[in-house]
Write a protein that binds this ligand. Structure first.
Ligand code: FAD
Length: 484
């Protein structure tokens, strides 16, 4: 059977590797970090805290046909516990305090009660995002006649592909508060709704409303470790602390325990960005697409289970205290980092399995980040800026969770620079290319057109996020099997 070497053990690489190993290929996955998973990892800290790096919620677990197929084949459902929080999200701004329920019907009813004049717009919004999601779902398994009938069958994709969230919402919804609420949860993806692809907004939001968002019990590292186990159980190898330093047509060189090693490879899969990949081949490559934004995380270990202290609260709360309207979204993310809005994920609201001792709990604050803001600082300034951010963030959290500062047993900040340091993604981005209308809708580039046996997977293929990265791994495995 052919030798497949995978560069990077992020979700895309692990998924492709597990599927191909199960199919009988000889798979070797090389990961430069000392743990697998990339952004999908969990690290331990004193006090019994397992700190979640990159999962607040994952969509598509039980409603995306591609994810379902992958998870069934890999027996993920039998080995990983997915937990669904009680609500979609809560958003708190200067003027809004709204909890979005799970489920389309519930969401529509609640929105219509709150904004009765917008009933028509709300129905239209949900109809549009449903239509787009269905079309994009059909495109996951294209038939030959789709190409001939594309303009008729997929008119909505063609119509919305160059539109931003603002372009669409401004035309169907009048109330600015409602616009803000509908956009809250996808704030992660891009710094402003003015340049966020409406197709991405539609497909992500519809999936979250319809199927819900899930956390992985024990942290996302459980899923990554499980996928690595599938590779090993099927005869493959997962080598950590193995940094790929160069690639040739039929081999991959890497450094392991200070020695350079070479693996002869029939097929190479890259789970890193195209620009980093072609650099390994020494092929000149200039990336024309812009990079997505990065996220900063403040990890909190609490000495008490904060659900027991504050009662039932939302799992995921977006606190934008200086957001007065949808149009100020871009302003709040470009502002000084201490003034930007953030998401607080309170893992005590579910049985997260992130603390050894159930009388303690874990939470994160997540803020949009720019690596330049950190790279220009010296060590002392870097630390000072992080400490200041912890202090100002806790002050804001205190308004919702009085005296929460006194419960902080452990706190640490991971900036865009930290993400880049640990997993090497350019600019520390968490979401691949910037999901603007121009960048988002494109045929996923799974097979390289420059190197014959080179394939891609991960956040750079469809989009960033757990489900797109996993789907890209599935698509990559299918493409390789079909070429057999
Ligand atoms: C703070 C944060 C919060 C997030 N929250 C969510 C969320 O709630 N929901 C959601 O769906 N998504 C979320 N994401 C995004 C999601 O985690 C990522 O988009 C996704 O996990 C990326 O997967 P990937 O397959 O592209 O691999 P990556 O995570 O990019 O991993 C690539 C791997 O390649 C390795 N590597 C790099 N260079 C080399 C080399 N030369 N040799 C060997 N190995 C190498 C790296 O070490 C890494 O392990 C979040 C991300 C972050 C950072």
């Amino acid at each position: 059977m052919k030798q497949i070497t995978i560069i990077g053990a992020g979700l895309g690489g692990l998924t492709a590797g597990a599927l191909l190993a199960k199919d009988g290929y000889n798979v070797t996955i090389l990961e430069q970090h000392n743990i697998v998973g990339g952004c999908a990892t969990t690290f331990k800290r004193k006090g019994g805290f397992s700190c979640e790096v990159g999962l607040h919620k994952m969509d598509g677990v039980y409603n995306n046909p591609t994810i379902i197929d992958i998870f069934r084949v890999l027996e993920v459902y039998n080995n990983i516990d997915f937990i669904k929080p009680n609500e979609f999200f809560r958003v708190k701004t200067e003027t809004i305090d709204f909890i979005m329920p799970n489920g389309i019907k519930n969401a529509k009813n609640k929105l219509k009660n709150r904004f009765p004049k917008e009933k028509k717009g709300i129905d239209r919004y949900f109809k549009i995002i449903k239509g787009i999601s269905k079309s994009l779902e059909r495109l996951q398994n294209p038939s030959w006649y789709y190409y001939a009938l594309f303009p008729f069958m997929f008119w909505n994709i063609l119509y919305y592909k160059s539109k931003s969230v603002t372009d669409v919402l401004d035309n169907i919804i009048e109330n600015d508060e409602l616009n803000t609420i509908l956009n809250t949860n996808v704030w992660y993806y891009n710094d402003t709704p003015k340049t966020l692809s409406f197709l991405l907004h539609a497909v992500a939001q519809y999936s979250y409303y319809k199927g819900g968002g899930y956390f992985i019990k024990g942290g996302s590292g459980k899923l990554s470790s499980y996928l690595a186990k599938v590779i090993r159980d099927n005869g493959g190898e997962v080598i950590t602390k193995a940094s790929v330093i160069s690639c040739a047509k039929d081999s991959v060189s890497y450094i392991y325990k200070d020695k350079t090693k070479v693996i002869k490879s029939d097929i190479i899969i890259s789970n890193i960005s195209p620009q980093q990949t072609y650099k390994l081949y020494n092929i000149p490559y200039k990336e024309s697409k812009k990079l997505g934004d990065a996220l900063l995380t403040i990890y909190f270990g609490f000495s008490k289970n904060i659900k027991e202290v504050y009662g039932d609260k939302a799992y995921s709360t977006f606190i934008f205290d200086n957001l007065s309207s949808m149009s100020s979204f871009s302003k709040i993310v470009k502002d000084d980092i201490t003034k930007r809005g953030f998401a607080f994920v309170d893992y005590s609201q579910i049985e997260s399995g992130l603390t050894k001792d159930s009388s303690k709990s874990f939470g994160v604050v997540c803020i949009m980040d720019n690596i330049e803001d950190w790279e220009k600082l010296d060590k002392k300034e870097y630390k000072k800026k992080k400490d200041n951010l912890i202090e100002t963030t806790l002050k804001k959290l205190e308004k919702e969770y009085p005296n929460i500062s006194s419960l902080v047993e452990y706190v640490e900040v991971g900036t865009a620079k930290t993400v880049k340091r640990y997993i090497k993604t350019p600019n520390g981005t968490a979401y691949g290319f910037k999901p603007t209308p121009k960048e988002f809708f494109r045929v996923p580039k799974i097979k390289s057109n420059r190197v014959k046996n080179l394939y891609f997977t991960g956040q750079w293929v469809i989009a960033g996020g757990f489900s797109p990265a996993i789907m890209s791994g599935g698509l990559c495995a299918i493409k390789i099997k079909r070429a057999r």
